[in-house]
Write a protein that binds this ligand. Structure first.
Ligand code: ACO
Length: 460
């Protein structure tokens, strides 16, 4: 993957690696950004040494440079374009954050009004695209529908798929950001068999999302301002998170020159997994399964047992080794929403807080620096608002779309863009001789087949 190089520089510092096989030394430039750890520039390392670097999971690899978002995982700091997430969550709104992520600066009042109006011009879906929903079964997972419909946007909006044209890139960006709430709301309405509701331009982005999801055409819909604020905040907190799995997926897909709609669909697919955006849904399932505070110790024990695949969902993060700042904000918002809805005692919130309290006192979680992440409390809020569990990741995807788009744009605008093409450490057979079918000696049955009852006798 490639990224902008405008802010990385070598200040004359180098990192020397020694090949202990022959004593050969390699002097590698150290690149520094504006904040965070420096990076060893290994771009020419393979050419000069014939040796690859090995980093599955990218735990020590900066795949690009980026000027969008900064995370200090040890301090629990998250900045969008330099602004702390707490300030944005409290004082800003989602449209302003979208502008900030896309353009790099906070908008003036005029710029903000124009941006909001321009986004609203693109909220409806092509009438024929609406038919796509009918191709899915009513019980399809909303994320399955969303991946399909977003991917299909490229079949409808041909005037914004030329990635070499900055105008078309911007048009595609606006279209995707504008249409995501409509698509998300329709995945829900379709599952219920309710008629689709068109967006309304006098509503804000979050109001429209609630309106298109929950209103019925026969009744007037008045959005609850506390819920609107909470939803807007959820969208802000999810708007970007630097090079996470889905954003890296968008970058990788985009690095080949694929159109933006296809790239965002790839990001949605990546987000869906329970180790990433699917965790908010998994947290609710876990809390429901635990059911009662008395069973928490049993689940903590299971989470610590290496022979048990169970993990405490909503806990732990690749980058944060500190309380996720987004989780802190969500915890407060959770109380506000429940109070507004008159839910005095939510058993799941009580359970979540007790689970957090017990886990944070446990040596296993302390030693590994495992804290609640953003997903731990968002599910409880979304559920209280009326969203079913399977819509949680859809809301995450709607919020994250601007981040995906901003990273995609940043990458495409870089004149030094290179296709993302990782190398590998091959561990398969060395070259061997092909044996004709009739001469092969059958020693065991290999390969999966339904005819063999879903597996073979060797379980391979
Ligand atoms: N429960 C129990 N143990 C955990 C958990 C957890 N939730 N998370 C990490 N660990 C343990 C691991 O078993 C490992 O232990 P070990 O050192 O004894 O082997 C250690 O902590 C480090 O964990 P890794 O899996 O190496 O950390 P990684 O950075 O690869 O994974 C991840 C991060 C995927 C988020 C992980 O913590 C996890 O699976 N959490 C639960 C799922 C979740 O909440 N995902 C949402 C992430 S945030 C987001 O996408 C918005």
């Amino acid at each position: 993957m490639s990224g902008t190089d405008k802010s990385t520089q070598n200040d004359g510092a180098f990192f020397t690696l020694t090949d202990e096989r022959d004593g050969q030394q390699y002097r590698l430039p150290l690149l520094s950004g504006t904040l965070g750890a420096p990076a060893i520039d290994i771009r020419n390392f393979y050419n000069t040494s014939g040796v690859l670097t090995y980093d599955p999971g990218f735990t020590s690899t900066a795949a690009c440079s980026s000027a969008i978002t900064y995370i200090d995982g040890d301090q629990g700091i998250l900045l969008y374009r330099g602004y702390p997430i707490q300030d944005l969550a409290i004082h800003s709104d989602y449209m302003e954050v979208c502008y900030l992520l896309l353009y790099g600066e906070l908008p003036s009042p005029e710029e903000k009004a124009t941006f909001e109006r321009d986004i609203k011009l693109h909220t409806m879906l092509h009438d024929q695209l609406m038919l796509f929903f009918r191709g899915f079964t009513r019980n399809a997972h909303p994320m399955a529908i969303m991946v399909g419909v977003v991917g299909a946007l490229s079949a409808f909006y041909h005037d914004s798929t030329d990635i070499k044209d900055p105008e078309q890139r911007m048009l595609a960006a606006y279209r995707i950001i504008a249409k995501m709430p409509t698509i998300g709301a329709y995945t829900y309405r379709y599952s219920l068999g309710r008629p689709f509701v068109y967006p309304k331009n006098d509503f804000s982005y979050a109001e429209n999302l609630l309106y298109m999801t929950f209103s019925v055409p026969t009744e007037e819909y008045v959005p609850n301002p506390v819920l609107v604020k909470a939803l807007d905040r959820i969208l802000i907190l999810h708007a970007d998170h630097e090079q996470n799995a889905s954003t890296s997926t968008v970058r990788l897909a985009g690095s080949s020159g694929a159109n933006p709609f296809a790239c965002i669909a790839a990001g949605i697919a990546s987000l869906w997994g329970p180790a990433h955006g699917g965790a908010n849904e998994a947290v609710l399932k876990m809390l429901t399964e635990i059911g009662d505070k008395s069973r928490i110790p049993e689940y903590i024990k299971r989470a610590k047992d290496k022979n048990d695949p169970f993990r405490l969902m909503g806990f732990g993060h690749r980058v944060y080794k500190h309380y996720d700042p987004r989780a802190q904000i969500m915890r407060e918002t959770c109380h506000e929403v429940l109070a507004e809805l008159g839910i005095k005692d939510d058993p799941l919130l009580d359970l979540a807080m007790e689970l957090e309290r017990i886990a944070l006192q446990d040596d296993y979680f302390i030693e590994r620096k495992l804290y609640p992440n953003v997903d731990f409390y968002t599910g409880i809020i979304m559920r209280a608002m009326g969203f079913p569990t399977n819509m949680f990741t859809v809301l995450f995807a709607i919020g994250r779309t601007v981040g995906w788009v901003a990273h995609w744009k940043e990458m495409i605008a870089d004149p030094k863009i290179k296709i993302g093409r990782p190398r590998q450490l091959y561990v398969g057979h060395p070259q061997r001789e092909y044996i004709p079918l009739e001469k092969r000696q059958q020693t065991e049955i290999r390969g999966w087949s339904r005819l063999w009852g879903g597996g073979n006798k060797n379980g391979k």
